[in-house]
Design a protein around this ligand. Structure first.
Ligand code: ZN
Ligand code: ZN
Length: 253
């Protein structure tokens, strides 16, 4: 699998792209940067999108991405996510008020959008990937996706606070090649992280005590304003499995 980090910022600022990951040019996880990081040709190669949850920073470009599907040849797009997230997107983004309801759009007999629920515990085949959904702990239902293709697996997490199930599954996945997980705030904001159900370096280090596998932990979703502080704290942990992602990174796993 080739993973392109289209965006991994936990907030909006010049030069920072919001959460969005692309696998092998065809499968996206979250939609924070589909139209801001991909040209039109690359956008049309995206066939499926997995939403971790429906917070705005993770679905930000979805309405504009689907609007762009009205140009060029008709290409369907399947949107997968928890039932709650899909319902939220349908009701609050594609409601004919904030944006046209593209969910029923058809071009040349091709439905442009299909919604496909995948709830925690579900396993689905999506393109060439086996996708397993894992519940996380966040202010709204959020999930991680265990993506397996061939003999490699990758765990891509949505926003989360402390959780156990994720680490149990990580340790039970021998072909796991990496875990993308958030670390939103510096540790002096532990209280805010607890209230908003995010992680800080201190909280993440407690989480990593539950992970026994020697697998890269790829940190995402750092608030741009506090990035230098969060990075310094993460480096001070001297946890050799940690790596901090940047927008534009490409990883072969
Ligand atoms: Zn969130
Ligand atoms: Zn977020």
């Amino acid at each position: 699998m080739r993973l392109r980090v289209l965006g991994c910022a936990g907030g909006s600022a010049p030069g920072a792209q919001l959460s969005c990951y692309l696998l092998d040019d065809v499968l996206a996880v979250d939609a924070g940067a589909l139209t801001t990081a991909l040209d039109f040709g690359a956008q049309r190669r995206v066939q499926d999108i997995l939403l971790t949850h429906a917070h705005l920073d993770h679905v930000w470009t979805l309405p504009l991405f689907l609007a762009n599907r009205f140009g060029g040849p008709p290409v369907p797009c399947r949107i997968h996510g928890a039932s709650y997230a899909l319902e939220t997107v349908r009701q609050h983004l594609f409601n004919d008020r904030i944006w046209p309801d593209f969910t029923e759009a058809v071009r040349e007999s091709v439905p442009l959008v299909q919604f496909s629920p995948i709830d925690p515990g579900d396993v689905r085949k999506v393109l060439d990937y086996e996708v397993t959904s894992i519940a996380l702990v966040h202010a709204v239902p959020s999930q991680a996706y265990l993506l397996r293709k061939g003999r490699s697996s990758l765990l891509v997490c949505g926003d989360t606070y402390s959780t156990d199930r994720l680490w149990e599954i990580a340790d039970a996945t021998p072909d796991l090649r990496g875990i993308l997980i958030e670390c939103s705030f510096p540790s002096r904001y532990d209280g805010l992280a607890r209230a908003s159900l995010h992680l800080t370096p201190r909280l993440l280090s407690h989480e990593l005590e539950k992970l026994h596998a020697d697998v890269p932990v790829l940190v995402t979703h750092i608030k741009p304003e506090d990035r230098a502080e969060v990075v310094a704290e993460l480096e001070a942990l001297r946890e050799r499995r940690l790596r901090i992602l940047r927008d534009g990174d490409v990883l072969d796993v």
